[in-house]
Ligand binder design. Structure first.
Ligand code: G6P
Length: 610
């Protein structure tokens, strides 16, 4: 989704801005632009539809310079993908603005501003910010005050960066609902919507909080909270790897990230899982006390993260003896739900900034949950900051839009949460010990599973001309089938649906023919015999099946069935192990189909608007 980069320096900042935008490309966007101010107060703007490389080419052909600048990648929400709708937006060639989020009342503001004499040249909500700030500036004569006044008029979400042509020595930024981070340099400062954008220039970051407005010059940063009072925000030293944005020799980020899973899961376990288990305080100070009083867990998430929550429900109820509900954040936030006594609310998010998940957490906090826990991959993200407890999945930066390693590290975190909550709920010692043992074996098991690549690559060829597909799983593999289907549709654009295989007879069997590949996830568990019956139902109707099965499950390849034997593993970790072959299958199908694997059409990595 949209990305912001800004800089105020003594040097020309064009390259810093472009590199920042490149590092945000993974988030998904459809146009890009940059506005620069030089010391003489000349304001230039360059925008292009398409990729950052088109913008870079335009700047090469018509070079511009400036020591103060703002840049943006836009993912269209209000108004089509046109150059006129690309950011930065200007007001009377004086105020320049980039913005992430949505100004919901933009139509009312637009009418008022038009009546006040401001001409609009785009269909965007963002242009109202530029004109509103300009209007306020004309009234009060001070850019900071003008922004502080303007933001009181906005409903919705914004992370915005504003420059005034008449004041190249300062930039004003404001945040509400869309993240912004200030990068601290020496004699220069930077702004971005994600620290990834600024790693080549700094590792020192200050995360703005909700309602903050900040004034940034080359040598100073002054932050004001919602009430206008001066506030201090902590400066943190980032430990995100500088080269996290490199493909490391792989053709796509997604493939690199699939292969990183053994090592990032090792990192996620390290120092948290001992030979005897875990200490609940890996979830934060006081977690042990909180978990002791928990009788119910409500999980909330979107997309792939929702599937990890779905899987966790099986584990929490089966092993930790605690009741658990899982809900999509966009549903939860708009309905009146029942709050069970002594409930823990758990949000899961790769980014920690997903608008619906964040809104759902905020609502839950008003509803009387005992405590909140975020399972998240981005330290300092809104979700982490606003939760009582946090568990960081140490997946490293995930660039591919289709989530892979973030998902499996979330699942790893959930198995540890199962151990932590189970300790207070008469969890069977054998279950406890089995999970601990299984978690220790997990990284090696995943390494072994990755050796299936060659066979899966071959299998992928059979999907290239398919329009539809069906994924089947039972028990804790049902959410894994859902995740497999999501991966395939996200990156190969093949329609994919997942069913709990017991539901076959209740509808999907009608779809079975030899044009409908059926992908079956079949570990050797207590549901295997039931699953085998479902397989026979498909076979009897001429369906072609692709079965990912434990060798001991005794499936044999034949005319109607291709079998990929997945390494045998402990039951508790099977959902994590079986995820990998499904990721690889989607990846290789997408490669054969020639889609944009890392940035699939119409999708964004971090969905910071509703
Ligand atoms: C987008 C991404 C998905 C992700 C979902 C939730 O749709 O493309 O990969 O699963 O958002 O994101 P989160 O950051 O909250 O996990």
């Amino acid at each position: 989704m949209c990305g912001i980069v800004g800089a105020i320096a003594e040097r020309n900042v064009v390259e810093i801005l472009l590199e920042g935008l490149r590092r945000l490309e993974y988030r998904g966007y459809d146009s890009a632009g940059v506005a620069l101010l030089d010391s003489q107060g000349n304001l230039t703007r360059t925008r292009r539809i398409g990729k950052v490389k088109e913008l870079a080419q335009a700047l090469k052909e018509q070079p511009v310079k400036g020591a103060t600048g703002i840049a943006h990648t836009r993912w269209a929400t209000h108004g089509g993908v046109t150059e006129a709708n690309a950011h930065p937006h200007l007001s009377s060639e004086r105020i320049a603005v980039v913005h992430n989020g949505i100004i919901e009342n933009y139509q009312t503001l637009r009418q008022e501003l038009t009546q006040a004499g401001y001409g609009f040249s785009s269909d965007t909500d963002t242009e109202t910010i530029a004109h509103q700030v300009h209007l306020e500036l004309d009234k009060c004569g001070d850019l900071l005050k003008a922004v502080q006044n303007a933001v009181t008029k906005f409903h919705g979400a914004y992370g915005t960066v504003i420059m005034d042509k008449q004041e190249p020595e300062r930039i004003i930024v404001a945040r509400s609902g869309s993240p912004l981070v200030i990068g601290l340099g020496i004699g220069e400062n930077f702004i971005a919507s994600d620290q990834m954008a600024l790693l080549p220039v700094t590792r020192r970051f200050m995360f703005l909080e909700e309602g903050d407005v900040a004034e940034i010059s080359r040598t100073s940063i002054q932050v004001y909270d919602q009430s206008g009072a001066v506030v201090e925000r902590e400066v943190i030293e980032s430990d995100v790897e500088h080269d996290a944005g490199d493909k490391g020799g792989y053709r796509h980020y997604m493939l690199k990230e699939i292969h990183e899973q053994p090592s990032v899961i090792r990192n996620t376990l390290q120092g948290r899982l001992s030979d005897t288990g875990i200490s609940p305080n890996i979830f934060g100070q006081g977690a042990d006390k909180i978990f002791a009083g928990i009788q119910h867990v409500q999980i909330i998430a979107c997309g792939t993260s929702y599937h990890s929550g779905m899987t966790a429900r099986y584990w929490l109820e089966q092993y930790a003896n605690v009741s658990c509900n899982v809900e999509i954040a966009s549903e939860f936030r708009y309905r009146k739900s029942f709050v069970h006594p002594n409930s823990l609310i758990v949000t899961i998010s790769q980014s920690g900034e997903t608008a619906d998940t964040l809104a759902a957490l905020r609502l839950a906090k008003q509803q009387g949950y005992s405590a909140s826990l975020a399972i998240c991959n981005v330290p300092g993200s809104s979700l982490v900051r606003e939760s009582d407890l946090a568990f960081m999945t140490l997946a490293g930066a995930e660039i591919g839009v289709a989530s892979t390693k973030a998902f499996t590290t979330q699942l790893t975190g959930f198995l540890m949460l199962t151990l932590a909550i189970g300790q207070h709920n008469n969890m069977l010692q054998t279950d406890h010990d089995d999970i601990v043992k299984a978690l220790h074996s997990l990284p090696a098991k995943l390494e072994e599973t990755l050796t299936l690549t060659a066979g899966i690559k071959e299998l992928a060829k059979e999907f290239a001309d398919k329009q539809h597909s069906l994924f089947l799983g039972r028990g804790d593999q049902y959410p894994i089938a859902m995740e497999g289907a999501l991966k395939l549709k996200e990156i190969s654009y093949i329609h994919a649906e997942a069913y709990a295989s017991g539901e076959l007879k209740h509808g999907p069997l009608a779809l079975i023919d030899d044009e409908m590949p059926v992908i079956v996830v079949a570990p050797n568990n207590e549901l295997l015999e039931k699953l085998k019956s479902n397989v026979e139902e498909v076979r009897a109707r001429g369906g072609i099946m692709y079965v990912f099965a434990d060798k001991q499950a005794n499936f044999k390849s034949d005319d109607t069935m291709r079998v990929i034997n997945v390494p045998h593993c402990e039951a508790a970790i099977a959902p994590i192990v079986y995820t990998l072959p499904l990721q690889l299958l989607s990846y290789y199908v997408a490669v054969i189909k020639g889609t944009d694997v890392d940035q699939p059409r119409n999708l964004a990595k971090s969905v910071t608007v509703e």
